[in-house]
Design a protein around this ligand. Sequence first.
Ligand SMILES: CC(C)(COP(=O)(O)OP(=O)(O)OC[C@H]1O[C@@H](n2cnc3c(N)ncnc32)[C@H](O)[C@@H]1OP(=O)(O)O)[C@@H](O)C(=O)NCCC(=O)NCCS
Length: 164
Amino acid sequence: MPEVSVRLADAADRPVVTRLWLMFRHDLSEFDEGLPDADGTFYADRPNVVLTDTDWAVYLMTIDARPAGLAFVRGLTGPKRVLNSFFVVRGARRAGVGLNAVQQVIARHQGPWEIAFQDANVGAVRFWRRVAREIAGDAWIEERRPVSHRPDLPPDVWISFDPS
Ligand SMILES: CC(C)(COP(=O)(O)OP(=O)(O)OC[C@H]1O[C@@H](n2cnc3c(N)ncnc32)[C@H](O)[C@@H]1OP(=O)(O)O)[C@@H](O)C(=O)NCCC(=O)NCCS
């Protein structure tokens, strides 16, 4: 497995975070049928917002100092950590990078965790169940919840566990 490093991103990382975010959102647009905005981006303000909000943490994954993925965590000031966005670049997939990186991210924050994804994203379904098993054994739950403000979409799948 390539060795993946995970570090907290800051304002200086905005360009690389913004590009990885675009790749991530493009991958996910397959499942919500979203087209890009007029300038070819998706929700382009999100990296700016999360990089400056104290309730959020942005992590950058690198392999040999090159970008390999990102993770957005929210809920730092609340009762639950939520893994809001998680992405591994295509050239590094199915090599254990995601599993290793998510364990590093989760180890940095105490408390219960929740992760949302879509049933249609078959790779993510397999990945997150594997993550839950690796981190929590049998002590995790999976449930479906409506997507807020999007009654047109099927419910999201949520996995919850508490590694602490
Ligand atoms: C989902 C994602 C993060 C997985 O990253 P990855 O680095 O390829 O995952 P890993 O190599 O660590 O996979 C660990 C295990 O998860 C499962 N898994 C991961 N991707 C899978 C896929 N596409 N199909 C089936 N199982 C998969 C497998 O059990 C895998 O172990 P194996 O390769 O030994 O069989 C990556 O495919 C991705 O970024 N996808 C696009 C964005 C996305 O869907 N993010 C998650 C929703 S928020």
